[in-house]
Ligand binder design. Structure first.
Ligand code: NAD
Length: 393
């Protein structure tokens, strides 16, 4: 069929397999250009199909030559309709990994569930014995408690006081004011349940009990801090509270299992998760313009290659005062942030394209779903029902 983008709110409900394959191939080329001498060889990535998790899987495989096991929650093609972007990304990743002679298997299902954890452990035991590195890169709006079936929903709200600031309607290109009412106790608790560190701890507990961790195993979860303009709704809001809990979990994992467990604070990039956060798309559009002019612009793959090469498996961990790895250092550079702060109050719908790089934001958003990539003929018929070769479940 011929596939066109169909955008609904913050997501595109269609995805293009050839475009996704091109984007994965581009990321693989970046990873290959940065080979790792002493990187991990058996890597589990939880949340491996899009964004930071996909780039982590690509870096593990193509910078470090690692065997990878990926876990994600994606929609296969059904009734002739296209699959989700993460499905096609994984099809493409596995095709390339297998062609390069690398082990790559995938598990599609709810990472919060006991079943998926058991499935992963069985696979690691049978195929690898132990695991060198566990990347935790889930971004989910909800979590079903594996014990009692309670459904928890996360939210993006400020705490204590309401928040009003400039935001961007990315579909219409309108700069407008947004007001968000503060979270109640339930909202905060639920967001911590979904996006906090509990599930990461459960994964590490299950892996430890199964005897597949070694004293050399490393684990990393991702976080974000960002500029003050987003703090009421991010760092000091419900999601920031959940991220603090992820930091608590990193210390607990280290203490319980004696392994290296880190939180890596990554930069703001266009992903399916970040496009849903109020204020962030406008901030990203302004940030891109400034970082591109300075030559420090990075996407997910450049960030993760730097994380592996300069911090986890080379260079120096260079932890901050709270014990976190900071690959958001170029974003948080004081000169960059001063420029963002100077532009922020001036930006309007009329000057949006002049003062920010909204064009790149829009392009990167479409690329997440395989659209707008160079070299792809979007008028051509494509097969939508593509299998993931190493799909276990
Ligand atoms: P994303 O939406 O691109 O990826 C989320 C991944 O989680 C996908 O692979 C998806 O399939 C998987 N997933 C979601 N629910 C699942 C479930 N129930 N079971 C199994 N898999 C599930 O998100 P992202 O932006 O790459 O975010 C990943 C992490 O990076 C998050 O912790 C996020 O806070 C952090 N981070 C993101 C940014 C940013 O700007 N996007 C910046 C810094 C840190």
């Amino acid at each position: 069929m011929i596939i066109e983008p169909k955008i609904r709110g913050f997501v595109c409900i269609t995805a293009h397999p050839a475009g996704c394959a091109k984007k994965v191939a581009d990321e693989i080329a970046v990873a290959k250009a940065s080979p790792l001498e002493s990187g991990p060889k058996k890597v589990l990535v939880i949340g491996s199909s899009t964004g930071y998790g996909l780039s982590s899987r690509i870096t593990a495989a193509f910078s470090s030559g690692a065997d990878t096991l990926g876990v994600f929650f994606e929609r296969p093609s059904a009734k002739g309709k296209p699959a989700s972007a993460g499905w096609y990304n994984t099809v493409a990743f596995e095709n390339e990994a297998h062609a390069a002679g690398l082990y790559a298997k995938s598990i599609n299902g709810d990472a919060f569930s006991n079943e998926i954890k058991a499935n992963v452990i069985q696979t690691i035991k049978e195929d690898w014995g132990t695991v060198d590195c566990v990347i935790y890169s889930l971004a989910s709006p909800k979590r079903i408690d594996p014990v009692d079936g309670t459904v928890y929903k996360s939210c993006l709200k400020p705490i204590e006081t309401s928040f009003t600031n400039t935001s961007l309607d990315t579909n219409k290109g309108l700069v407008e004011s947004v007001s968000i009412e503060p979270a109640n106790e339930e909202d905060i608790k639920n967001t911590v349940k979904v996006m906090g560190g509990e599930d990461w701890e459960l994964w590490m507990e299950a892996l430890s009990e199964a005897g597949v961790l070694t004293s050399q195993t490393k684990t990393v979860a991702y976080s974000y801090i960002g500029p003050e303009v987003t703090w009421p709704v991010y760092k000091n809001g419900t999601i920031g509270t959940a991220k603090l809990d992820v930091e608590r979990a990193s210390r607990a994992i280290h203490e319980k299992y004696g392994i290296e467990a880190y939180v890596s604070v990554n930069k703001a990039v266009v992903t399916q998760a970040s496009s849903a956060i109020p204020v962030v798309p406008l901030y990203i559009s302004i940030l891109f313009k400034i970082m591109k002019a300075k030559g420090t612009h990075e996407g997910c793959i450049e960030q993760i290659v730097r994380l592996f090469k300069d911090h986890l498996y080379g260079g120096s961990l260079n932890l901050d005062e709270a014990g976190r790895i900071r690959v958001d250092d170029w974003e948080m550079d004081s000169e960059i942030q001063a420029e963002v702060a100077a532009i922020w109050p001036k930006v309007t719908t009329e000057n949006l394209r002049e003062l920010s790089d909204f064009a790149s934001y829009q392009k990167e958003f479409l690329e997440l779903f395989g659209f707008g990539l160079e070299g792809i003929d979007y008028s051509e018929e494509v097969e939508v029902d593509l299998p993931i070769k190493g799909l276990i479940a």
